[in-house]
Design a binder for this molecule. Structure first.
Ligand SMILES: Nc1nc2c(ncn2[C@@H]2O[C@H](COP(=O)(O)OP(=O)(O)O)[C@@H](O)[C@H]2O)c(=O)[nH]1
Ligand SMILES: [Mg+2]
Length: 458
């Protein structure tokens, strides 16, 4: 399913305005009277300077009456059978449906009711019945979640560049990397499933905490086997994914190694985990990185082994009698709340880092964190002078857009500490839910580092 493709078509079609130019990303410049507006149909918004000469007043207008305006992020989760993928997605979604946990800035909903119900039921099973979800082997699923900003329909909301942040969560079963397909049909399904997640900027590679315990003092065996299976699996798909041998512009470029079931290793923080992985598995990581880089143009712009997370979907109390949990405390989660901030903001940060370090083709930068400028504008809030300056330059968009946007992106990425908190507080006070949400995500990432749950590449 290609939701974004659908959204782009819907946004671009029949807008009643004449496009002056139509680059492949669907963005275009549109003449509104004497002004030229830059439109991002993918996000469903246009920026129109009120007059070409006066840049002090700028407003976002809708290219057509379409609500909600959606921005989509993809995240791909890879893990062997039993490594905790289904529990993770259930524990990501479940609490958002409870009043006490729900966010004051947005509502999280599953786009497909059936999926949402299933995930919530999984969560209830854990919360109320100490029952983990049934195993789902050989099932590659994409879950679509929409984070709907509060305040929809209010005057202020109309000015924001998007109302919904959609998260496409691709679950790619690791068993597909361990076992050969049983039929040609299944082989095709694997390739299709993999293709569907190529739009992800961020991939999580799960390392199973239970397995680390099982392999105590010989963790290298387990780590090597996970990483090697994964690499072999990728190599098996390579020919089909790289049609005509051409490398891909769009491919997950931020590979985070994440410890799942971290509650089983209470004395570990992300630094201990990183140290173990680096000490015991540097070679298989190098090999995997090399293989991943063979898939993409601009191979420098791909990181593996630089970002780490620890995750626990709940605290599982096991009985001494067997593997069945006696209690699952869903209130004791670790790192799960960082998934949205990581998926939304890490690509933006990495894009700036890479752009400063390497010569990277524009089309690659744009596929990584596409619409990064939109996000930066939103993060800094409309009143910031840099934002105004940037928006003023928008009529000159086109290939130079990315470079013109760089100072703004850098500024947004650099936001930290008290300045960030201040923007967040102001936005909350002004009920500017978009800026509040994005700055909150950034604060969450800072907090995650302080709490030893996240290491971001510097
Ligand atoms: N201690 C602990 N156990 C977990 C956690 N997540 C999953 N598990 C256990 O691992 C099993 C497999 O998880 P599941 O999500 O079904 O794995 P999947 O095959 O990757 O989808 C569950 O039945 C739980 O017993 C966690 O966060 N902590
Ligand atoms: Mg599963």
């Amino acid at each position: 399913m290609h939701r974004d493709g659908h959204a782009r078509r819907r946004a671009g079609a029949g807008s009643g305005v004449n496009s002056a130019s139509a680059p492949p990303d669907g963005s275009c410049d549109v003449r509104f009277g004497s002004s030229i507006a830059h439109c991002e149909p993918a996000f469903g918004w246009c920026v129109v300077p009120h007059s070409a000469a006066s840049i002090s007043t700028v407003s976002y207008v809708l290219a057509m009456a379409r609500y909600p305006r959606v921005r989509e992020q993809h995240v791909a989760v890879f893990g062997e059978a039993g490594s905790g993928k289904t529990v993770l997605v259930s524990s990501f979604y479940g609490p958002s449906q409870e009043k006490s946990f729900a966010s004051d800035l947005f509502d999280l909903v599953a786009d497909e009711i059936g999926q949402g119900t299933r995930l919530y039921k999984n969560y209830l099973g854990m919360r109320d019945h100490a029952t983990a979800p049934a195993h789902t082997r050989f099932e590659g699923t994409t879950y679509y979640f929409s984070l709907k900003l509060k305040g929809a329909g209010k005057v202020k909301a109309k000015k924001r560049p998007f109302d919904v942040l959609r998260l496409a969560w691709h679950d790619y079963p690791g068993e597909w990397f361990e076992e050969s397909p049983s039929s040609e049909e299944e082989a095709h399904r694997r390739i299709d499933t993999f293709r569907s997640l190529l739009r992800s900027d961020v991939a999580l590679l799960l390392v199973d905490g239970q397995k680390l315990l099982d392999y105590k003092d010989r963790e290298e065996q387990y780590l090597k086997s996970v990483l090697t299976n994964f690499r072999q699996g990728l190599l098996a798909l390579k020919e089909d994914l790289l049609n005509d041998g051409g490398r891909l512009d769009e491919f997950p470029r931020i590979w985070i190694i994440a410890l799942s079931k971290a509650d089983l290793l209470p004395e570990w923080d992300v630094h201990a985990f990183r140290d173990l992985v680096v000490w015991k598995a540097d070679e298989p990581i190098d090999l995997l990185r090399k293989t991943l880089r063979e898939f993409v143009v601009a191979p420098d712009a791909l990181s593996l082994g630089e970002d780490f997370m620890v995750l626990s979907s709940a605290k599982f109390e096991l009985s001494s009698a067997g593997p069945k949990p006696v209690e699952i405390d869903v209130t004791k989660r670790l790192g799960v709340d960082l998934i949205l901030p990581v998926a939304s903001l890490l690509p933006l940060e990495r894009r700036v880092q890479w752009q400063e370090k390497f010569m990277i083709p524009m089309k690659v930068l744009e596929s990584l964190a596409d619409g990064a400028d939109t996000l930066a504008v939103a993060m800094m809030g409309g009143r910031n002078p840099l934002v105004r300056k940037f928006v003023a330059r928008l009529p000159n968009v086109g290939p130079v857009q990315g470079r013109a946007a760089l100072p703004l992106l850098i500024e947004a990425v650099k936001l930290a500490g008290s300045q960030l908190r201040q923007i967040n507080e102001d936005a909350r006070e002004n009920k500017d839910y978009l800026t509040a949400t994005l700055t909150q995500f950034k604060l969450d990432l800072e907090r995650g580092e302080v709490d030893g749950l996240l290491i971001r590449s510097k």
